[in-house]
Design a protein around this ligand. Sequence first.
Ligand code: NAD
Length: 364
Amino acid sequence: MVAYGCFSFMIRVGVNGYGTIGKRVADAVEAQPDMELIGVAKTQPNFEAHTAVERGYPMYAAIPERSPLFAEAGIDIAGEVDELVAEADVIVDCTPSGIGAQNRELYETHHTPAIFQGGEDSDVADVSFNARSNFDAARDADYVRVVSCNTTGLSRIIAPLEEEYGVDKVRATLVRRGGDPGQNSRGPINDILPNPIKVPSHHGPDVKTIFPDLEIDTLGLKVPATLMHVHALNVTLEDDVTGAHVRQLLEGEDRVYVIPEGLGIDGAGKLKDFALDAGRPRGDMWENCVWGESIGVNGRDLYLFQAIHQESDVIPENIDAIRAMFDTEDKRDSMELTDRTLGVGISGDPSGFSEQARAEFADD
Ligand code: NAD
């Protein structure tokens, strides 16, 4: 791998849409030694815009007519979004579902490659992407879609199982958070919704954008929670396995955290506490969180529960998608670099501290 700090060129990255995903992608780009964050585009000068300015991110107006609002709020803008697009080697589009597809024309006009998010239909891009599962499919692609938080979570489990044992069929029930913590317009408030009511849900077909030959059926529900999604998985493997073997396999995956027994982490709430106590930015859990005790096997049938932090699991994937598109690193080196710079991966340490967080706490 190219040594830290010795990259032959820096990839100039712009982020269009600075909400839940965009602000995390911007911070993650900023942490990369081979990337430069050249700016972020926002529609309005809200608190997140002020935070971006504090962090030193050049601000661009996503909607030109709204440029004066930024000046009124005391924010100097570096320009309008089309200038950011023209300047960037790649744009990471983090706008709400459907807007990304509308933006594609802007990116094409400037011949700027772009990464879209999982809220877009798969035909927005040449390839749907998950680093662990199909890194090479994005090599040299101009338009890539990083799949949704749920599809990312499912792909990270399916890839090692498929490689190690072969998979006959996946059945997954997705208990989805109603909205993100800041989305006070979302619900349900006091209800449990089959969502979508139609069975199987659209999530299975989305996973097939990563694993085209996979047999998978998914069911979705929405519940009044904002913290995380929880998946109940049943995977029929091609061979008989033991739970211990599957556990060892998943423990070997850097973006999967097998929650050990005895830590008292019995739900999404405790997982978020665990992440915050460990000093993770915004309490992010980039890894799939699989309850070790839930890994159960009956012949070829594997069962497990996992929690997925919807706001953050796709962030390392966006970083790897950039390197895949520019063909600057292979899969293993890119994922390793991303994980090291962000602090992804919880080893055996029961506190969940990364080396970086440990050093910071020691300095205090
Ligand atoms: P968000 O609403 O939190 O952020 C979107 C941001 O884009 C907002 O700041 C909004 O003001 C801004 N915006 C709106 N129109 C714009 C435009 N025309 N140009 C530039 N910016 C504009 O949304 P989000 O949750 O960050 O989702 C972004 C994408 O990521 C969606 O495709 C979503 O499906 C996907 N995604 C979201 C999550 C999640 O849980 N939040 C997880 C995985 C993927």
